[in-house]
Design a binder for this molecule. Sequence first.
Ligand SMILES: [Zn+2]
Length: 254
Amino acid sequence: MLDIVQVPILGDNYAYLLHEPDEGVTAAVDPGEAGPLLAAADAHGWTISYVLLTHHHADHIAGAQALRDLTGCTIVAPLADLGRIENVDVAVSDGETVSLGATHAVVFETPGHTSGHVVYWFVADDALFSGDTLFALGCGRLFEGTAEQMWESLSRLRALPDETRVYCGHEYTAANARFARSIDPDNAALAERAEEIAKLREAKQPTVPSILGVEKATNPFLRADEPEIAKRLGLDDAPPVAVFAEIRKRKDAF
Ligand SMILES: [Zn+2]
């Protein structure tokens, strides 16, 4: 099993260290800065040998080069981002696997937030590194992709097993919960979760990772094909992607 260490960086980003104990291999996911990842690796006696990047935004990649310079680690990044990320050693695309010692991740291309975004699903570890595609109770803004692309990307992630832990790129959950309640006010599971989130944040605790089964029941962006939500938005007969686009639009203005 992977040891997963969450490393808060910058303002509200999460980077991660993944350690595969059988072969003693360690990966850093989305190191938006190098220092905290090096410190965390040091504290555990681990050496970073891989960097896994989800997309080209600076708050996810800015520390990658320094880590490579210092450790000689291998940078794994989306093939579609090759022109936008420096010194990529391994370019990955949809359906490929990335080995980390005795375990491995399956790569999903999830365009929407950016056109080249990928996520890494460690199947045996029930762990999804979702970057800025799927957040706890939210999803990434559509900077480069369309609502159609993002809905398709999220639909693919939604099909993963309920027990999957979702390790996303930001601690945005409290604000996402307030928005989710405005879209889905009668959802009892969401109301309960919003209370838990408020308590965790009051105690300065992370709300990430979340559990995919809980996201399926409470995240409005994964529930755009629920008739009840369509109805509340006045989009009764609209296709799910139109409902999704409306939810995304409202979130941008929230
Ligand atoms: Zn981003």
